[in-house]
Structures are given as structure tokens and as C-alpha cells.
Design a protein around this ligand. Structure first.
Ligand SMILES: Cc1ncc(C[n+]2csc(CCOP(=O)(O)OP(=O)(O)O)c2C)c(N)n1
Length: 312
């Protein structure tokens, strides 16, 4: 990894963490419309994978992959507008977390239905191949989400048709309060269905980035999908309303020592590649100003709320 990429990876991980911290503040102040779902401790998994993609590739993230969206050009201001339900948000105030996309940026909107994006992104990968494009599609799945039929159907389809799809498996200790052994036999990597499978330390940003770049090459060589399993840990509750009382404090302490951000900063230091001085303060101030801007913007007009919404 070159210096510019390493510093970008660091800045995006920091931006993800600080954006989510600001969201937590807005949640505690009672400003957000719903829950706040963080990726605390998993920033390397979200950012390291997406940053390894190239122009023209596409991602289909989940709620815990805000970092991947920022890596593809989504703006924190739009994230705040979404959570605050403002008319100016990408969904016009109709949706209240990160469920927004931008096809021009290769960002397919996240959906709540776990697993559902695997067949969707397999379809995107199929379209890339049919159009003769040297591009890949990427999506993410948690250990809980990997128990859905859609995950199996989508990955199986990609394996059979050798599609350029990267499915990032996030093995993060819990699905809500359920540990993997209570809902699956074996490990997440065992669910690959014949896809080339790599398991990496998901808290090692460099390793994640390199594995994702390798996976991309595999896909472009026509070798079929890659299941890239990242071993990591969800360092906060399922969302901010969940205090994680079911998690062994010893386990949390163990993973805190493996926090991907200070760990990557340590590696940058060994390289002599220091982030810009004052970067964190600069980001904190910019994010506070963006959150204030979003707070000052209007709510949608009630009569417009159902416009563009599919009503069955
Ligand atoms: C098909 C489906 N079933 C159930 C849910 C409700 N649900 C939302 S998040 C979640 C837990 C997800 O756990 P996991 O896939 O391991 O991801 P993590 O939250 O650990 O990132 C569940 C069950 C859902 N959104 N979609």
C-alpha cells in the first residue's frame, strides 16, 4: 500500500468513527428520528474493503458499513440529514438512517432485509460482465445475515456463474445479542458454497485492504466470487439503545486492545507516514458544523412524504 492510500484509509476510518460519534450525540439529544447503528471497532472492515475498489465498481452496504459509503463519496452532511429526517436528505426525509444510494457513485442503497443485497449485487456483477466491463460488485453480510435464504441464493448464483462479486463476511461476535454458536454450525467462512474464501484479521486495516485488492483481481480474472471473511468485533450494542449487557466485559477489553484505528496509526508511525497534524480536531469541527447545518434545515412537507414511495 502506498503512502497516499494509507493516509486516505486512515482519514476515512477516523471520519467514520467521528461521524458516528456525532450521530450518538444527536441521538442522546433526542434529535435523531430512530436508532443509531454504529460500526465501532469495525471501521477497518468497512473502509479497507471499499477503498480497494476502483472507478466503476459498485457497492451494496449494510447499516454497519457507513465507512464504505464515505469511501465511495457519500457525504457526512447527507448522513446527518438522513438521521435527522430533514427534507434536504437524499431520501427527502422519508428514511432515517443510511439507507440511501447514488448509482452514479456506484453506491446501491442499503436495505434492511438482511441477505437481500447479495442477489442484487450478484445481478450487478452479472450486468458488469454482460456489458464487458472490468468491474466488480461488493456487498457485506454479518454472521446473523448469513443465515438467510437470500444470502445462499445470491452467493450460489454468483459461484455457479463465476460472477465478479466480493461478499465481505463480518464475523463480529454477535447478531443483536445472539452469538454465532447459537445460530450456526461452524464458522462464517464455512458458508462459502464453493466461493474462493479468504479469512483476514478484520481489525488490521492494511490486511483488509490488501485482501480486498487481491479479491478484486481474482474476480477480474474470471475466477468467480470471493467470500472475504473479516474477523472483527462489534464494540457497541446493536444500536445505541442496546447497552450490550450480554457481552463479557473481558471480551470487550480484549478487542479494545485490538482497536483498528490506533493499531493502524501505530503502523503508519513505523512507516514514518504521519497523518496531517490536527486532523482529528479539524474533522470534529467540520462534522459539528455539518450537524448544526442539518439541524437548521426543514422537515419535509407532510403531503410530500409518500411521493416516490411504493405503496402496495
Ligand atoms: C431478513 C432479516 N431478518 C431479520 C432482520 C432483523 N435484524 C436486523 S439486524 C439483525 C442482526 C444482524 O446480525 P448480523 O447479520 O450478524 O450483523 P451485525 O448486526 O452483527 O453487523 C437482525 C436479526 C432483518 N433486518 N432482516
Amino acid at each position: 500500500m502506498d503512502q497516499a492510500t494509507a493516509l486516505r484509509l486512515h482519514e476515512l476510518m477516523l471520519l467514520t468513527r467521528l461521524t458516528e460519534e456525532r450521530l450518538v450525540t444527536l441521538f442522546r439529544q433526542g434529535h435523531t428520528m430512530g436508532g443509531v447503528y454504529r460500526s465501532l471497532g469495525q471501521e477497518a472492515t468497512a473502509v479497507g474493503t471499499a477503498l480497494a475498489l476502483e472507478e466503476g465498481d459498485a457497492i451494496g452496504p449494510l447499516i454497519r458499513n457507513l465507512g464504505s459509503m464515505l469511501a465511495r463519496g457519500a457525504q457526512p452532511l447527507d448522513v446527518f440529514r438522513q438521521y435527522l429526517g430533514r427534507a434536504t436528505s437524499p431520501t427527502g426525509g422519508r428514511e432515517h438512517n443510511n439507507h440511501f444510494g447514488d448509482v452514479a457513485k456506484g453506491l446501491i442503497a442499503p436495505t434492511s432485509m438482511l441477505g437481500a443485497l447479495v442477489p442484487v449485487m450478484a445481478g450487478v456483477a452479472l450486468a458488469f460482465r454482460q456489458e464487458g466491463k472490468a468491474n466488480v460488485a461488493m456487498t457485506w453480510i454479518g454472521d446473523g445475515g448469513s443465515s438467510t435464504g437470500a444470502f445462499y441464493e445470491g452467493l450460489n448464483f454468483a459461484v455457479v456463474h463465476k460472477l465478479p462479486l466480493i461478499v465481505v463476511g463480518e464475523s463480529n461476535g454477535f447478531a443483536y445479542s445472539t452469538p454465532p454458536e447459537k445460530q450456526m454450525k461452524g464458522r462464517l467462512a464455512d458458508r462459502s458454497q464453493g466461493a474462493y474464501t479468504l479469512t483476514v484479521d478484520g481489525n488490521d486495516a492494511k490486511a483488509v485492504y490488501q485482501a480486498a485488492a487481491f479479491a478484486r483481481q481474482q474476480c477480474l480474472m474470471g475466477l468467480g466470487p470471493v467470500f472475504l471473511v473479516c474477523e472483527t468485533f462489534r464494540m457497541s450494542g446493536h444500536a445505541e439503545h442496546d447497552d450490550q449487557r450480554y457481552v463479557d466485559p473481558g471480551l470487550l477489553a480484549e478487542w479494545k486492545a485490538k482497536d483498528p484505528l490506533p493499531r493502524f496509526e501505530g503502523w503508519l508511525e513505523t512507516q514514518g507516514w504521519l497523518p496531517e497534524p490536527g486532523l482529528q480536531d479539524k474533522l470534529v469541527q467540520a462534522l459539528a458544523a455539518q450537524a448544526d447545518q442539518a439541524l437548521g434545515e426543514p422537515f419535509p412537507k407532510v403531503e410530500l412524504l409518500t411521493a416516490g414511495v411504493f405503496l402496495s
